[in-house]
Design a binder for this molecule. Structure first.
Ligand code: NAP
Length: 288
C-alpha cells in the first residue's frame, strides 16, 4: 500500500500512473504538483489526484512514493526543490526518457546518487500531452525499464517494482548508459527523423500541395512529429552523446542511398530494402 503518492508533473505519463494505481486501490492519497492551475484542477475533477499544490516541497512532504514526470530539463530544479522536504521512508522514481542525465542531475543536487532513487522509463506513450491525455491502461503489458544503480536500496527498488506491476507493466533492467544507447537508436533517432522530415517539407515552396497529397505512409512515418516539442528538445539534448553518434551513422546511410540513386544502382538499393524489410518483419511484426 502506498501511503502518499506525489506526482510531480501531472501529464500523460504522471497522470496515467496515478490513474492506474488508483484503479488498483493501492494508494491512500495522491497529490499532484505542476505549474498550470487549469491542468491540475482538471486532474482533480477527473479524479486522477486528490488535491494539488504548486509547491514541490509541500507536495513531497510525508510522501512515501514520489514520481518525477516532468520534462528532463526540469529534473534538476525538481530534485533541488524537494531535497529538504523528503520523508525518512521516501522513495523517488522518475519516468524520464534518458537515464544518464537524471542520475547526473540527482548527483548535482544530493552530492551522490541517493539510495532511495530508482530511475525508470516506461516504454509507452502517445504523441498527446497533459492530464486529459492520460489513461489507466497506458502501461498495461508495456515494458518499463528500470536502471537501478549499485547503491540503490533494494527496498526502494521493490517499492517501485510493485508500483509498476500494479500498473500492469512488464519490467526490464538495464545499466544507465546501455539504456541511453538503446533508446537513442529505437526512439530518439526516429523522433529526430520525423521532426526533420516534416520541417524540411514544410519549408519547401508548394508545401500546401505536398501535405495535401500526403497519404498513409507519410502519416505513419511522421505521427511522432506531433509530439511535445519541449519534451523532445530536452530528450535529444539530454542524450546528445549517444544520439549524436546514431545521427552520424544514419547520415552516412543516407549518403549511401543518394550515391546508389545517382549511380542507378538498382541492386544496391534492393539489397538495402530487402534487408530492412526482413529485419522489420522479424523483429517488429514478430513482437507486436
Ligand atoms: P506531459 O504530458 O507534457 O506532462 C509533463 C508535465 O510536467 C505537465 O503536466 C507539466 O505541467 C509539467 N511540467 C512541464 N514543464 C515543467 C517544468 N519546467 N517544471 C515543472 N513541471 C513541469 O509530458 P509526458 O509525456 O507525461 O512526459 C513526462 C516525462 O515522461 C518526460 O520526462 C518524458 O521524457 C517522459 N516520457 C514520455 C513519454 C511519452 O511518450 N510522452 C514516454 C516515456 C517517458 P505544468 O505545465 O502544469 O507544469
Amino acid at each position: 500500500m502506498i501511503r502518499k503518492l506525489a506526482i510531480i508533473g501531472v501529464g500523460l505519463i504522471g497522470g496515467s500512473m496515478a490513474r492506474a494505481l488508483r484503479e488498483e486501490g493501492v494508494v491512500q492519497e495522491i497529490v499532484g504538483c505542476g505549474r498550470s492551475k487549469p491542468n491540475l484542477e482538471r486532474a482533480v475533477e477527473l479524479g486522477v489526484i486528490d488535491h494539488y499544490t504548486h509547491d514541490i516541497g509541500e507536495a513531497v512532504r510525508g510522501a512515501d512514493l514520489i514520481v518525477l514526470a516532468v520534462p528532463l530539463g526540469a529534473m534538476e530544479a525538481t530534485f533541488r526543490a524537494m531535497q529538504d522536504h523528503l520523508a525518512d521512508d521516501a522513495v523517488i522514481t522518475d519516468v524520464g526518457s534518458v537515464k544518464g542525465s537524471v542520475v547526473e542531475d540527482a548527483v548535482k543536487v544530493f552530492g551522490e546518487a541517493p539510495a532511495f532513487l530508482v530511475p525508470g522509463h516506461p516504454i509507452a506513450g502517445t504523441e498527446r500531452s497533459g492530464v486529459e491525455a492520460s489513461f489507466p491502461e497506458l502501461f498495461r503489458n508495456r515494458r518499463v525499464i528500470l536502471t537501478p544503480l549499485d547503491n540503490t536500496d533494494p527496498q526502494a527498488l521493490q517499492k517501485v517494482e510493485q508500483a509498476w506491476r500494479h500498473c500492469g507493466a512488464d519490467l526490464s533492467y538495464m545499466a544507465v548508459a546501455h539504456h541511453d544507447e538503446v533508446l537513442a537508436a529505437t526512439s530518439h533517432l526516429p523522433h529526430m527523423l520525423a521532426y526533420s522530415l516534416v520541417d524540411s517539407l514544410a519549408r519547401m515552396k508548394e508545401n500546401d500541395e505536398i501535405f495535401r497529397y500526403a497519404a498513409g505512409g507519410f502519416r505513419d512515418f511522421t505521427r511522432i512529429a506531433s509530439s511535445n516539442p519541449v519534451m523532445w528538445r530536452d530528450i535529444c539534448l539530454a542524450n546528445r552523446e549517444a544520439l549524436g553518434g546514431m545521427l552520424k551513422r544514419f547520415a552516412d546511410e543516407l549518403h549511401g542511398m543518394a550515391d546508389a540513386l545517382e549511380k542507378d544502382d538498382a541492386e544496391g538499393l534492393l539489397e538495402i530494402f530487402e534487408r530492412a524489410k526482413a529485419a522489420r518483419d522479424r523483429y517488429i511484426d514478430g513482437v507486436e
